[in-house]
Design a binder for this molecule. Structure first.
Ligand code: TMP
Length: 211
């Protein structure tokens, strides 16, 4: 695969979407072809699965069905969008990916790490982010921001303890994979967060050939 796969991760309201747009503008100005996408979603089939997953009326959903739906959306996303973009040498910026499953369904819901690893392998076909930006934030601050955006989705309605476990799960992943996962402070001003992300990505791009 010739492209570069960059993912953004973090708790609700950590500022991923804003920062992703800032990085997109920076990379496009430098001449890269950038594909911006998200999980769950990114293709029509995966966006339909997203609606089921986030619908607050789906209170009956069990943890296993939830896990498999996230992985099904991911399998379709990889097949239809991410793999072709990387094959074409493009930069893929993805708002959440498999680390979110490890944090939310693993640390949050208690699904075993071996189960997650097996399902990630099946869903991704071995395609994994080259770089992940983890925007770390106290979920109490993030949820307050997210709630100001309007109606809460099914996951945002979970208790604060769930969101604390998710944050801890992300931080554990970052400690296990420091070469891939770069932590930035989501409590810093927006411009400071963007500068930190851009500086890191520029370092990652430096050894690669120019676009
Ligand atoms: P978003 O609000 O950042 O678009 O993400 C959608 C929600 O889905 C968010 O609450 C995190 C959750 N999620 C999981 O629980 N597992 C996953 O694998 C992914 C990608 C997202």
């Amino acid at each position: 695969m010739r492209g570069l796969f960059i993912t953004f991760e973090g708790v609700e309201g950590c500022g991923k979407s804003t920062q992703l747009k800032e990085l997109q503008a920076h990379l496009e100005a430098a001449g890269h072809t950038v594909v911006v996408t998200r999980e769950p979603g990114g293709t029509p089939i995966a966006e339909s699965i997203r609606e089921i997953l986030l619908d607050p009326d789906n209170t009956a959903m069990g943890a296993t069905a939830e896990l498999l739906l996230y992985e099904a959306a991911r399998a379709q996303h990889i097949h239809e969008k991410i793999a072709p973009a990387l094959q074409a040498g493009q930069v893929v910026l993805c708002d959440r990916f498999a680390d979110s499953t490890t944090a939310y369904q693993g640390a949050g819901r208690g699904i075993a790490p071996e189960t997650l690893r097996d399902l990630h392998d099946i869903a991704t076909g071995g395609i994994w982010p080259h770089v992940t930006i983890l925007i770390d934030l106290d979920p109490r601050i993030g949820l307050k921001r997210a709630r100001n955006r309007g109606r809460e989705d099914r996951l945002e309605r979970e208790a604060i303890e769930f969101h604390q476990r998710v944050r801890d799960g992300f931080l554990r992943l970052a400690a296990e994979e420091p070469d891939r996962i770069h932590i930035v402070d989501g409590n810093a001003p927006i411009e400071a967060v963007s500068s930190a992300i851009i500086a890191h990505i520029d370092t990652c791009l430096a050894p690669r050939s120019t676009p």
